[in-house]
Design a protein around this ligand. Structure first.
Ligand code: ADP
Ligand code: MG
Length: 356
């Protein structure tokens, strides 16, 4: 299986091209419930772009507006630079993949994938040739004559992908497509989706509430909260330079300090030392008591109660052989130390936490 190195996608693939999807000041309310509030969004061509946020934050509404299943109350939606307000869903250069695959049970896979092309009056031989190519793309080349019931969940989702890509949309909208799969299969499909996006060059607009999935797959991520976008950035940006306490808290585990929770310290940046140990140069430190230790194999997670009453989450990689690690027992006193530079200022006027 192809595996894409993260660094390959971090830089982004299409900086210079104009945005393929643009939302400008889009508001959408359902009765008194405001689903989206003056939303601006700009997605580049050939980008793997993810909408990440908790349930009810407006991710699905955003996709439905772009697909044309809903209309915005205010604002504009542009695809490839053109306002699509007057275009019905089928006339937009987008396609949607949902969590439930909605395949026709009585049709073969080939017929399922060719169905949309046939509906558009593509001649049968041509439609079948293109459907075969799409099935090959999702690695189901030999399965064309099977029925959906003869497939696993992961295979059915790949057929749904082939069907959505067969007419070569400019943008593929994916709404939690892996939500019904178990964890191992989900990880496989994440790689598979990355490969497909890379090979086809189709812009993927991907919705998930799972931060691990978002970090693993995306060129860029927009973090949604209550119908607004809190931050747009790479996985690195969101994790290392979160623009708000919400992002810091939602993406990865974190310690947040200060009156406005404006100081962020990631658990893995903290070292636990014996109380009498010298604090290394450039480090800050605080004394406390170990309250909890949870061994998780590759890492151990600690909870430390500092003398000032604050609680500190610490994550330590179990890299040293067992005998060489500091022996930590719940109840013992210790010194928690972290590089001063690891403290990030998460208020929106922060300059990225570079200052001391
Ligand atoms: P997400 O996909 O992030 O979970 P949604 O876009 O589905 O969020 O929903 C955003 C908000 O809009 C929620 O408060 C939800 O209850 C509301 N909402 C979405 N669709 C409808 C609808 N058809 N009728 C009423 N409220 C809706
Ligand atoms: Mg949703």
């Amino acid at each position: 299986m192809d595996v894409f190195v993260k660094g390959e996608t971090l830089a982004g693939t299409a900086e210079e091209k104009p945005p393929i999807v643009q939302l400008e000041g889009v508001t959408k309310a359902y009765g008194s419930a405001i689903a989206l509030s003056r939303l601006d969004l700009s997605v580049r061509a050939a980008e793997f772009f993810t909408l990440l946020g908790p349930s009810g934050s407006g991710k699905t509404t955003t996709l439905r507006l772009i697909a044309g299943f809903e209309r915005p109350d205010t604002g504009r939606i542009l695809l490839d630079g053109a306002d699509v307000a007057s275009l019905p869903p089928f006339a937009r250069p987008v396609n949607t993949v949902f969590q439930d695959y909605a395949l026709f049970p009585h049709l073969t896979l080939l017929e399922n994938v060719a169905y949309g092309l046939r509906a558009c009056k593509v001649p049968k031989a041509d439609a079948h040739r293109r459907a075969e190519a799409a099935l090959a793309q999702v690695r189901l080349a030999d399965f064309g004559n099977r029925k959906p019931a003869q497939l696993s969940g992961g295979q059915r989702q790949r057929v749904a992908l082939a069907r959505a890509m067969v007419n070569k949309p400019r943008v593929l909208l994916l709404d939690e497509p892996l939500g019904a799969l178990d964890l191992k299969l989900r990880h496989q499909m994440q790689l598979e989706l990355k490969r497909l996006q890379h090979e086809t060059g189709i812009t993927f607009l991907y919705v998930t509430h799972d931060q691990d999935e978002a970090l693993a797959m995306s060129d860029r991520i927009a973090v949604f909260n209550h119908g607004r976008i809190e931050q747009v950035g790479t996985a690195f940006d969101l994790y290392e330079r979160p623009a708000s306490p919400f992002v810091a808290d939602f993406v990865g585990a974190s310690n947040l300090f200060g009156a406005k929770k404006e100081r962020l310290l990631r658990p893995e940046k903290i070292q636990l030392l014996a109380p009498e140990e010298a604090v290394p140069d450039g480090y800050e430190a605080a004394h406390g008591v170990l309250r909890e230790a949870t061994y998780l194999g590759a890492v151990t997670r600690y909870q430390v109660l500092l003398d000032n009453g604050e609680s500190l989450a610490v994550m330590e990689a179990n890299t040293l052989p067992v005998g060489e690690r500091l022996r930590l027992a719940v109840g013992m006193k210790l010194l928690a130390a972290w590089p001063r530079a690891a403290i990030v200022n998460v208020t929106s006027d922060s300059n990225g936490g570079d200052e001391e």
